[in-house]
Ligand binder design. Structure first.
Ligand SMILES: [Mn+2]
Length: 456
């Protein structure tokens, strides 16, 4: 094994080993060329992927996609990407996946796992394609007996967001009831316009870039927000969310007997229910930060706190902070044992006093009577591009949930896979490292998504 596992009850002990990987270099070095999927010659259009008839993807099709993307990422310039993934094949893949995703509920329930099954949970991967491939090979590919839940943030910052997202969509199409892709805050118009994915798409598809980018945004809107695994584990990118039910005590009778609803902003925050979550409108380009449809913003952007209660997440400018009491209330109410959320890498954790760092790829944030809150981050040596010479050298991690109850998580940490040289698609020297201090003005002007929701 390249990595070690440990149970959650001894989370502070074992260091992870990384015999085959390196995360101490400051300059990524290209790997030796891997075995080629075909014989790419000058004029490599013979290795262009084709869409199978009746959209019947196979394991061979996906392993070929991986090989081709590994090869193209180290051999071709970004503008040559359509020669391996023609826009027609992109269209077919994204359309097929979008149809499946849009039909899923806001909170997908994974309850057909049995005594022969395991469930792998994955945190942020941020365009680090080679690390995702390593993770999939290490954990084992999705199969009838191996479920995968990805907690979002597939794109941005890393140079291969498109390859990463398309690979995961291919798995979704191939095994729609085994692979679950949840939305992250970066699967949005605002984030992708600031942190590189939009520029990556334009560099790779040129004149067809706007079309490709729009199709990706449409697909992002279909991604579900949360999952519940085996009735024991809740997962979401950010985490918990507020209640939307009207608090009747806040209503009072007006002089002429009309009901007066108090200003929604002054309404006291309370923890939302799974019913509230099921009713949220998730098909928004950007999660609104005000108005009546606040749950998507909470689920995608919130962070845990050591301070009890629910409060606005002022650092982020959107979402909530929730305390251990809220974790306990949520777990107890739904008879759950774990919350697994993601969203905070080593850069974000560096600035959060009272919470552990992200060196191992995961942290236990709350330990309460009913269970625990875990943060899981799966992008090692993150961010790929960094203005300072000193790197975080963080490991990524994934979690394995096993029968009989799927509520005794095993943690697997792993180091970074060598990356081909690549240029960043955003100005990483100017853009702040984490998502703090969300620029609400540019969010509003970028897409209108931040403006108050329309009346529904
Ligand atoms: Mn995030």
């Amino acid at each position: 094994m390249l990595s070690q596992s440990e149970s959650s009850s001894s989370s502070s002990s074992l260091p992870s080993t990384t015999t085959s990987t390196s995360n101490s270099r400051s300059q990524p070095e290209p790997e030796d060329p891997s075995p080629l999927p075909a014989q790419p010659q000058p004029g490599y259009d013979q290795i262009a992927l084709t869409w199978p008839s009746e959209a019947k993807l196979t394991l061979d099709w996906i392993t070929n996609l991986i090989s081709i993307f590994e090869w193209s990422s180290k051999t071709l310039s970004p503008s040559e990407f359509p020669s391996v993934l023609p826009v027609q094949v992109f269209d077919a893949l994204v359309l097929t996946a979008s149809k499946i995703l849009h039909k899923e509920p806001n909170c997908v329930r994974i309850d057909d796992c049995d005594e022969n099954s395991s469930v792998v949970v994955v945190g942020d991967v941020h365009g680090q394609f080679h690390d995702v491939v390593f993770l999939l090979k290490e954990a084992g590919f999705p199969s009838d007996n191996r479920f995968f839940v990805f907690n979002g943030d597939y794109v941005d910052r890393g140079a291969w967001g498109l390859e990463t997202f398309l690979l995961l969509l291919a798995w979704k199409v191939y095994m729609p009831h085994r692979v679950f892709l949840l939305r992250g805050n970066h699967e949005s118009k605002y984030c992708t316009s600031v942190y590189g994915f939009e520029q990556e798409v334009m560099a790779k598809y040129g004149g067809q870039g706007q079309h490709v980018y729009r199709k990706c945004l449409g697909c992002f809107e279909g991604l579900p927000l949360a999952s519940i695994i085996a009735d024991r584990v809740y997962t979401a990118h950010g985490g918990l969310f507020r209640s939307t039910s009207v608090n009747t005590s806040k209503r009072s009778k007006g002089k002429k007997g009309r009901k007066v609803v108090s200003n929604p902003d002054s309404r006291k925050l309370s923890l939302g229910s799974l019913e509230d979550l099921s009713k949220a409108r998730r098909t928004v380009l950007d999660a609104p930060w005000q108005g009546i449809n606040m749950i998507p913003g909470d689920v995608l952007w919130s962070d845990p706190s050591m301070k009890p209660g629910l409060s606005p997440n002022k650092e982020r400018g959107i979402g909530l902070l929730w305390g251990p009491d809220c974790t306990e209330d949520f777990l107890k109410k739904y008879n759950l044992k774990f919350i697994i959320r993601s969203h905070e890498g080593p850069d974000a954790r560096e600035k959060r006093s009272g919470l552990n760092g992200m060196e191992k790829g995961y942290t236990i944030d709350h330990e309460v009577e009913s269970g625990k809150l875990i943060t899981l981050f799966s992008a090692p040596d993150y961010p790929q591009f960094q203005a300072t010479a000193e790197r975080y050298n963080n490991k990524g991690a994934y979690i394995l949930l096993e029968p009989p109850n799927f509520d005794n998580p095993k943690f697997y940490s792993f180091g970074a896979t060598p990356r081909p040289k690549a240029n960043a698609y955003y100005n990483f020297e100017d853009v702040i490292d984490s998502d703090e201090e969300l620029d609400l003005l540019s969010m509003t002007t970028a897409s209108g998504g931040g403006s108050p929701s329309p009346v529904v």
